[in-house]
Design a protein around this ligand. Sequence first.
Ligand SMILES: *Cc1c(COP(=O)(O)O)cnc(C)c1O
Length: 404
Amino acid sequence: MTRPATDRAPPGPALRPAAPRPTAWADIDLAALCHNLETLRRHLPAGKAVWGVVKADAYGHGAGRVGLALQAAGIDGLAVSAPEEGIALRRAGVERPVLVLEPALPDQTAALAAHGLTATVTSPVEAWDLAKAAGRAGWTVPVHVRVNTGFAGHGAPAATLADLLDALRHMRDLRLAGLYTHLSGSYGQGSESGGLDELARFAAAVAQADAAGLTPPSLHALSSPAVEHPAFAAAAWRAGCTAVRCGALLYGIRMVERDTAFPFLPAMTVKARVVRVATLEAGDRLRYGDTEMVKHRMRVAVLPLGFADAPHLRHAAGGGVLLHGRTAPFLGSAFMSGLLADVTAIPDVRPGDEAVLIGRQGEALLPIETVAARSGLRPSAAALLGPRVARCYRTASPGPEATP
Ligand SMILES: *Cc1c(COP(=O)(O)O)cnc(C)c1O
């Protein structure tokens, strides 16, 4: 069979052109991330440690690169949800302590121990499984006990804490390194008093460990929104907390609108290039199966990013993108891998022009918090981009018009 002339074998490596510039990508500003860590440190009382939460691929920012950047900036430890995330950090070169926030399943304990991860335990059975794996590996595994203070069933119920601490006292292959909880109440407006109750329960757990002569060195309860809240911070220090455990604010994402002066910088800007500019005529359709027609002629920019790529594009009504420093409203709803923006009012938009979906373009700004709220998402959820969106890392803040 003869091949058609156009279907040639690809050229050898020497002739292969460089990879094309991406059409959709996220600029990740590692300098902003380090700035945020420093800002946080300046705000904390002296001697408090910082655990950086890098679960879910560092909230979409890339766990390996983010973990190494935070490590280089002197973070005390990192936290992830699952052992495999911790192992990936070790493979990327992270040497700092890595706390796994969920207890390991019995078949995960050996790998957790072998990679020098720090385990969460919430029951004597979990501790026992882990101690066996630690003994076999010949390591002492550091453990943090997570205490249930009333949020989503996470952690050891208060009534079981004494037994758990007592069991740990007898497991020589485990080292009690921490005690922590996670506060629901700090994430809402108006739920603060409930959050302070949660914190009071944590203080009681710390007192219980103290009374047993087992106070671990790392005590942590505050996450991003609580760190910025004076009442939560004061109560945590009173309870003896020695560390905080933050994700969102390291990425410059505000989980709760706060009247604060902390100048956290957003670390992610989501960009795409216009792949086509088209004209819609009256009577054209915008959506699959649309019964509503376009009413008048309009110019649209086609962007190569859809609901497969950015969570906020699943329900994007009322939003838009920045083009030439102005807002081009979304038209219709996003497709799986593309979307239309109305550029009738923005002259001279051409294929190749850079659009910003999240972040800053010149003077214009689309904050991630606004983008997320418009689509009914929590702020951090808008950063969880799909795998087609390239991540481009910067170690120093570039000018606003930098390209990958
Ligand atoms: C995700 C998570 C955090 C981080 O919360 P932020 O609001 O992003 O700071 C802290 N602790 C636990 C247990 C978590 O699951």
